[in-house]
Design a binder for this molecule. Structure first.
Ligand SMILES: NC(=O)c1ccc[n+]([C@@H]2O[C@H](COP(=O)([O-])OP(=O)(O)OC[C@H]3O[C@@H](n4cnc5c(N)ncnc54)[C@H](OP(=O)(O)O)[C@@H]3O)[C@@H](O)[C@H]2O)c1
Length: 284
């Protein structure tokens, strides 16, 4: 039940009708007994500035930002935390005394998903160089002591640009390879940070199956379907597989803690996410 003091949180994206964030956050607020509500708003790019002004005018407490606004939203904010600034994308906004402050919690989510994987000295390859890839790559480079971070994708120049930025920001060896060059790079850990595997690309994998080796860790950011083609092929070969749902819940938990200053009810959020996906929800 809402009251006249209910704090409103929301999601801005386009599209948003597949999002399971309302289920995850509603459960979290209920579990903590908070008088708060969460709504998803579909906002086209041309209205993003007006939407942020609306958040300020209405006193909305905070919001998540999803595809395609994570980069564009930054120009509408008053300040950015260090991770958002370094990554060059914001997926969380907290309204603080009328000021909109941007954060990036994708990296926190990735670290949570990878919490059981020792990446120390390992070759970690990411396919993709977009907003999520940057968050994941920065988190791995800054916290997981990898031997090398390899960036790959269909545009080699964009992959190289992220590799160079990683090498300049962190004491990490980093380079780009073409998709065809991935097999030779012999990654110990492979991360899919492209939408390949989700609708409408459910029959696609970001890499040929011959890149996969038994014992490799394969982390797919796509979580709906939870069993992507990549995850199925990797499991069949004997890889350790990690789906995107752990990261989704991890980045949501980090957002909850930024907004409320309280510890996130992780188990409840995980349950809400699994139930929502089982019922056919699909996205951030
Ligand atoms: N599990 C989670 O919590 C979580 C969080 C964030 C994102 N994600 C998922 O991660 C994926 C990427 O999200 P994002 O925010 O990084 O999006 P983004 O900023 O739009 O980046 C997309 C990346 O995928 C590449 N790509 C797009 N379409 C492709 C195609 N048809 N073939 C090959 N590469 C393609 C893009 O390369 P080009 O520039 O060459 O197009 C870019 O590198 C999405 O599936 C999203 O749902 C999951």
């Amino acid at each position: 039940m809402t009251t006249s003091r209910t704090r409103l949180f929301c999601l801005l994206g386009d599209p948003v009708d597949h999002s399971i964030s309302p289920q995850i956050f509603t459960r979290a607020f209920e579990a903590c007994g908070m008088d708060a509500a969460y709504l998803a708003f579909r906002v086209p790019g041309s209205s993003l500035g007006k939407a942020i002004a609306g958040l300020r005018a209405l006193g909305v407490a905070g919001c998540n930002v999803t595809v395609p606004h994570k980069i564009a939203v930054m120009s509408h904010l008053d300040s950015l935390d260090r991770a958002a600034m370094e990554i060059g994308a914001a997926n969380v906004i907290k309204m603080e005394n009328g000021m909109a402050v941007g954060y990036n919690t994708d990296g926190d989510g990735a670290l949570m998903a990878l919490r059981r994987s020792d990446l120390s000295g390992k070759v970690v390859a990411l396919v993709g160089y977009g907003g999520a890839a940057r968050g994941v790559a920065y988190a791995i480079a800054s916290s997981k002591d990898p031997g090398e971070v390899v960036i790959s994708g269909r545009d080699r120049a964009k992959a190289e640009s992220l590799a160079q930025r990683l090498a300049s920001l962190f004491a990490v060896k980093s380079r780009s390879v073409s998709i065809e060059g991935l097999k030779e790079a012999a990654p110990d850990v492979l991360v899919n940070a492209t939408p390949l595997g989700m609708k409408p690309w459910v029959d696609k994998s970001p890499v040929d199956a011959d890149v996969l080796r038994a014992g490799m860790v394969v982390f797919d950011l796509v979580y709906n379907p939870t069993e992507t083609r990549l995850i199925k092929e990797a499991r069949a070969i004997g890889c350790t597989t990690i789906g995107g749902l752990d990261m989704l819940v991890g980045q949501a938990a980090a957002a909850f803690e930024i907004w409320t200053g309280e510890r996130a009810p992780l188990e409840e959020m995980e349950k809400a996410a699994s139930e929502a996906v089982a019922k056919g929800g699909a996205g951030e």
